[in-house]
Ligand binder design. Structure first.
Ligand code: FE2
Ligand code: FE2
Length: 172
């Protein structure tokens, strides 16, 4: 017998389309996880230890998002991406490789750009499922709130590092 989780939404929305967009988000979460995780290990510059901790925390949260997405894909009788090679095929939020000698402001700006893309992704999923697939919509809204918090936390560090650099130049 068909699963009720799927049956209750299939007349309102294409389940295939929901699974497709959840897999896109899944690919993006793994790339975001690695972008934070590797960024934390190579980073150099002002307030490094505080920002490293923040990157590590965000990496763990992106990992948690990946788990929420996979669980929902399985509930919907879909198959989560099984091969990391698919991450680049599916992701529309691109992976941004740490560059510019891994300077901390640069890494913050790269990751804030990725968060902005993630915010658009979850806004899209929440809008798509709103009033039709309550469970996916709730998951998307929860992750959306986390990504907005990530954007704000990175932006706060960017502002603090700027103040620190301008104060340092006062003594030169
Ligand atoms: Fe995320
Ligand atoms: Fe994030």
């Amino acid at each position: 017998m068909a699963k009720e989780s799927v049956a209750i939404i299939k007349d309102k929305l294409s389940v295939k389309r929901i699974i497709e967009v959840l897999n896109k988000a899944l690919a993006e979460e793994w790339l975001a996880f690695y972008q934070y995780w590797i960024g934390a290990t190579v980073m150099k510059g002002a307030m490094r230890s505080d920002i490293q901790r923040e990157f590590e925390q965000h990496a763990l949260e992106e990992f948690g998002h990946a788990k929420l997405l996979v669980d929902r894909i399985i509930q919907l009788d879909g198959t989560p991406l099984l091969n990391p090679q698919q991450w680049f095929e599916y992701a529309e939020c691109r992976y941004i490789e740490p560059d510019n000698d891994f300077e901390v402001t640069r890494l913050l700006l790269q990751n804030v750009a990725s968060e902005r893309c993630a915010i658009k992704r979850y806004h899209e999923i929440a809008s798509l499922t709103d009033g039709k697939d309550f469970t996916t919509c709730d998951i998307a809204k929860k992750i959306l709130a986390d990504e907005q918090a990530h954007e704000q936390e990175l932006q706060d560090f960017i502002d603090d590092v700027k103040i620190l650099y301008s104060e340092t130049s006062l003594y030169e």
